[in-house]
Design a protein around this ligand. Structure first.
Ligand code: FES
Ligand code: MG
Length: 586
C-alpha cells in the first residue's frame, strides 16, 4: 500500500504519539484509554497488535478462536506489545446463504479498512473455516503490515461404530446410502453429526485443512501450526508462541511481501499436490497472489503441481483424519518428504519465524509412514491438478488425486497411448434444477452420461455454488454406479472425492461455452491434452451463440442484497481468483 504503512517509528505512533500533531494525539489517546488502557501502554513505543478475530457464535468452525485469542494476547503482552482484538465479518461455510464464498471478498474489504485505518502495527490472522484463511491473507497482502496467520485447528477425529467419519466426506457417503434407501432420515443425521465431535474446523483434507496447510507452506504460519487439533494443549501453546512472534516481526519490519513471494507460491502449489488439497485452493491462492502483486495462473498449478505425488493419506483422497495428520507430523513432515525428494522448488523461501521453510522442516520425520508417506511409497504418482481448456471454457480445474485407478490407467497414466473419454451431456441449470430432476427416469442417464452443472458460477449464483459433484440417479446407485464424470461452472466441496471438472471459467452467465451445451451433445475429455470439447459442428455452435445472444444471454437471477449486486458488478472469474476488479491495484 502507500508509504504511510512503512514504519520507523511505529505506524501506531502517527495516532498515539505524533509530535507534529499533539491535539489529534490527545483525541486518539482519550478514547482508547476509556476501557482501562494506560497512556504508558499507548505511548511508550510498544507495538500495537491486532488480533483479527474470525470466531463468533455464527462461525462454529472458528469459534474456539475466542478462547485462543486469550493466549495470543498473553504472548503479545509477554513480548512487550499491546493487543487489540478486531472483529472480522463472519464467514461460516455451512451456515451462510446463498454461499460463504460470496463473503470472502466482503470480509477482505472490511479487514483492509480496519488494518489500514486504525493505529495497528501488526496483525495476527485467526484463520480456520474455508474462506476465512484467504480473506485474511488477502487483506494482509493488500495492507502489507507485519502479519502472522494462526489456525484454529481441525476438530478431533469423528467416529461412527468404530470407523472414522470425516466432516463433509461422510455427507457424500450418507447421501448415497440415503438415496439407495439403506439408511433413514434419523440414521442420516446420526451418521453425519458423528463427524463433528469437538470445536475446530473440518477434520478432512477439505478446503479448510488445505488452506490452513497452505498458509503454513506459504511461510505465513509458524511451523507445525496448521495441523494441531483445536482442543489439544499444543494449540493454546502455539497461540502464545504466535502472539510473541508477531511483536518481533513488527520490530524486524518483516512484512507479507517479504514472505509471500513467487517462490513461496510455487512451494504452496507443490505442497498442495502432496496433501491432496482442495480444488478451491487455486481460486484462493491466485487471489492472495494478486493482492500481493505476484503473477500466478491456473496453468502454474498444472505445470508446477501435476507431477507431484500424493503423500498424505487423508480423506477424501485417502483414509485418515486431522488428528492422525498432526500426530504424523503435519505440514513440516510433508515438506520434509518433498525436500528429501528434491521436489520442493524453493527451500530457501522465508517464513514468519525468520528462517527458511527448508531450515524449518529439513529434520522433521513422519511419525506414521502410513499417514504421511515417504516418496518411495506415495499413494499416487502425478497427483496434482490439471488445468483443462477447450470449447466449453478457458480454464477448469480437475483434481486428479481422486480419479479412480481404473480411470487413471485408461485415460491418464500411459502417456504414449492415451485414449480420450467421450460421453453424452445431461445439462442442469443450477442445483435446484439438478435436485428436482436427477432421479427422473426420462433423462435416461446411464454410465455413458456426463453430468453438467451450469448457472453455478460467481455471477449467477453469487460467489459460486459448491454443487458440481453430483451423485448419479438412485437407479444407477442401486446398480453399483456410484460416480459419473461431472463438469460445471460452480465449485465442489474440498471434502468430496468426486472426479469432477470444476470452476469452469468463464461461467455460462459470463459468455462461457457451457451456456451453449444441450442434452445429448457429445463431450470429449482428453486429459492427455488437457482439453474438453463439445463435439458439436462449428456452424451449429455459432448459431446457438447467436440465438442465446438474441434472447438476452444466460439468465442471471435478481440480487437479494446490496452486496450481491455490488459483487456481481465487480467479481472476476474463478480462474482469476474471483477478486474484485481493481482491488489488486492497491
Ligand atoms: Fe468450516 Fe469445513 S465447514 S471448516
Ligand atoms: Mg497489493
Amino acid at each position: 500500500m502507500s508509504d504511510e504503512t512503512k514504519k520507523t517509528p511505529l505506524r501506531s505512533q502517527l495516532w498515539f504519539d505524533n509530535p507534529e500533531n499533539r491535539e489529534m494525539t490527545a483525541l486518539y489517546i482519550e478514547r482508547y484509554v476509556n476501557y482501562g488502557l494506560t497512556r504508558d501502554e499507548l505511548q511508550s513505543g510498544k507495538p500495537i497488535i491486532a488480533i483479527a478475530q474470525t470466531g463468533s457464535d455464527l462461525s462454529p468452525c472458528n469459534r474456539h478462536h475466542i478462547e485462543l485469542a486469550k493466549r495470543v494476547r498473553d504472548g503479545i503482552i509477554a513480548n512487550g506489545g499491546v493487543p487489540l482484538e478486531v472483529p472480522v465479518h463472519p464467514i461460516q461455510e455451512t451456515g451462510k446463504r446463498p454461499t460463504a464464498m460470496l463473503d470472502r471478498n466482503l470480509a477482505y474489504l472490511g479487514l483492509v479498512e480496519s488494518l489500514f485505518g486504525y493505529p495497528l502495527d501488526g496483525v495476527v490472522l485467526t484463520i480456520g473455516c474455508d474462506k476465512t484463511t484467504p480473506a485474511l491473507l488477502m487483506a494482509a497482502a493488500t495492507v502489507n503490515i507485519p502479519a502472522i496467520a494462526f489456525s484454529v485447528g481441525p476438530m478431533l477425529n469423528g467416529y461412527f461404530r468404530g470407523e472414522r467419519t470425516g466432516s463433509g466426506t461422510i455427507i457424500w457417503k450418507a447421501r448415497e446410502l440415503h438415496a439407495e434407501g439403506k439408511i433413514d432420515d434419523e440414521q442420516f443425521a446420526e451418521l453425519v453429526t458423528s463427524s463433528a465431535p469437538s470445536v475446530g474446523y473440518c477434520n478432512t483434507m477439505g478446503t479448510a485443512s488445505t488452506m490452513n496447510s497452505l498458509a503454513e507452506a506459504l511461510g505465513m504460519q509458524l511451523p507445525g501450526s496448521a495441523a494441531i487439533p483445536a482442543p489439544y494443549r499444543e494449540r493454546g501453546q502455539m497461540a502464545y508462541a504466535t502472539g510473541k512472534r508477531i511483536v518481533d516481526m513488527v520490530r524486524e519490519d518483516l512484512k507479507p511481501s517479504d514472505i509471500m513471494t513467487r517462490q513461496a507460491f510455487e512451494n504452496a502449489i507443490v505442497t498442495n499436490s502432496a496433501l491432496g488439497g482442495s480444488t478451491n485452493a487455486p481460486i484462493h491462492v491466485v487471489a492472495i497472489a494478486r493482492h500481493i502483486g505476484v503473477e500466478l495462473t491456473n496453468d502454474d498449478w498444472q505445470t508446477l503441481g501435476h507431477h507431484v505425488p500424493l503423500l498424505t493419506n487423508l480423506q477424501p483422497a485417502g483414509t485418515y483424519l486431522g488428528e492422525d495428520f498432526h500426530r504424523a507430523g503435519g505440514v513440516p513432515a510433508v515438506v520434509a518428504e518433498l525436500l528429501k525428494a528434491n521436489l520442493l522448488p524453493h527451500p530457501g523461501a522465508l517464513t514468519v519465524n525468520g528462517r527458511s521453510i527448508g531450515e524449518n522442516c529439513a529434520d522433521r520425520e513422519t511419525e506414521n509412514p502410513d499417514v504421511i508417506r515417504p516418496i518411495t511409497n506415495a499413494l499416487m504418482q502425478d497427483a496434482g491438478f490439471l488445468n483443462l481448456k477447450g470449447s466449453l471454457f478457458d480454464s477448469a480445474i480437475m483434481k486428479t488425486s481422486v480419479i479412480s485407478q481404473e480411470f487413471r490407467d485408461r485415460y491418464l497414466s500411459n502417456p504414449d497411448d492415451k485414449d480420450a473419454f467421450e460421453g453424452v451431456a445431461v445439462v442442469f441449470d443450477g442445483p435446484e434444477h439438478y435436485n428436482r430432476m436427477i432421479d427422473d427416469p426420462d433423462l435416461a442417464i446411464d454410465e455413458n452420461s456426463i453430468l453438467v452443472m451450469r448457472g453455478a458460477g460467481p455471477l449467477c449464483y453469487p460467489g459460486g455454488a459448491e454443487v458440481v459433484n453430483m451423485r448419479p440417479p438412485s437407479y444407477l446407485l442401486k446398480k453399483g454406479i456410484t460416480a459419473l464424470p461431472c463438469i460445471g461452472d460452480g465449485r465442489q466441496s474440498g471434502t468430496s472425492a468426486s472426479p469432477s471438472i470444476l470452476n469452469a471459467s468463464p461461467e455460462a452467465a459470463a459468455g462461457g461455452g457451457l451456456a451453449l451445451l444441450r442434452n445429448g451433445d457429445r463431450i470429449r475429455i482428453d486429459l492427455g491434452k488437457s482439453r474438453v470439447d463439445a463435439l458439436v459442428p462449428q456452424e451449429e455452435w455459432e448459431q446457438r451463440a447467436r440465438d442465446l445472444a438474441a434472447s438476452g444471454g444466460y439468465q442471471i437471477p435478481p440480487s437479494q442484497t446490496p452486496w450481491q449486486k455490488y459483487f456481481r458488478e465487480l467479481a472476476e472469474p474463478f480462474s482469476e481468483g474471483m477478486v474484485l476488479r481493481g482491488a489488486d491495484e492497491f
